[in-house]
Ligand binder design. Sequence first.
Ligand SMILES: C[S@@+](CC[C@H](N)C(=O)[O-])C[C@H]1O[C@@H](n2cnc3c(N)ncnc32)[C@H](O)[C@@H]1O
Length: 377
Amino acid sequence: MDKIYIINYLANKIKAKSYLEIGVDQGISFKDINIEHKVGVDPFSPYPGVIKEESDTFFKTNTEKFDIILVDGLHHADQVYRDIINALECLNLHGYIICHDMLPTNYDMQVIPFSSGMWTGDCWKAFVELRQTRNDLDMFTIDTDMGLGVIRKGKQTLLDTTDPINYFHFSNNKHKWMNIVSLPDFYKKMGEKDVLKALLNHYIAYPNNPEINFYMGVYYQGIGQTASAVSYYLRAAERTYDDLVRYECLLRAGMCFDSQGSRNNSVEGMLQHAVALMPYRPEGYYYLSRFYERAEKWFNSYLIASIGDKVANRVPTPLKTDLDYPGFYGVIFERAVSAWWCGLCEESRNIFRYLLENEPLNDVHKQAVLNNLNRIG
Ligand SMILES: C[S@@+](CC[C@H](N)C(=O)[O-])C[C@H]1O[C@@H](n2cnc3c(N)ncnc32)[C@H](O)[C@@H]1O
């Protein structure tokens, strides 16, 4: 639970002296928060010293102000909304409100009431409502520990959406709706000059947290240290409960091996594994078919692109990071290229023509399609 790490990090930044936790439960976070004065509120918590009241009752009579407030009580949107509004009333000027469980990764995780398994509730709806209505707040969500919403007094451009506020639209738009920031971007936002050092400190404190492993991988891959990146991706893939993160780790590990050269078996293995894990997503088909194309394994390339073209979702939910994936037309493009080399000339020609007339090709793909059409007539 690296929300403890983030809270202590923010507390240290603003030299926080007072802390309020709404929803303490066993005190797992509460006991490890390094702030002088701590108040916990939870009607059912067995933790010593906790005020045994519902948050609404507590806020009615509370007169104290706090530097950091964790909203982690009843995970129902209306209650979370009230908790945040009440927390804002007793937040010191430079203080932070942290809201846990803001990024559910599937529909069932956020259905009220709780039934079983990993559950976040629909707290995200409260956050979205404030993103739409409160331009006097600065709000973002750190992509770690099931989503840590961060709120401070400041300003934001209001979220403008006409989509219904339901899980389907949330999952397709959560980066915008929740203003998600990656861990490296969070540390940059906090003014850290040495982001790698900040990430490493986080990693040392929580080495089994999947997100920090994932973002360490992204960082190392970004500076060309692909061997280190692969080991972080594999650690993240082994530790996450979320297949989509695992999928992204496998794709990225495949790309790292690819950039090392002479690691074709590893590239192929990573990409095949990604496709097997999420056969309805298109990116894996694109990279695997392209890999076979470059290795001149035309039938493999055609097989993979054709399956992808038929079964994969054209507009999948967004991944955490940009993988340089061109869009679904990339799968179709690979099918056209490999079809030609497999002797399926008419099919290849028709697909290239279709791509030119119908798909929003980037400059590189547009030129490649034109070159291919010139060559094959
Ligand atoms: C997810 S747990 C809290 C976990 C804890 N913050 C931690 O990090 O270890 C949610 C807690 O909220 C408490 N809770 C439920 N309704 C509440 C309410 N209206 N006000 C305050 N706490 C509430 C529950 O008793 C439960 O212990």
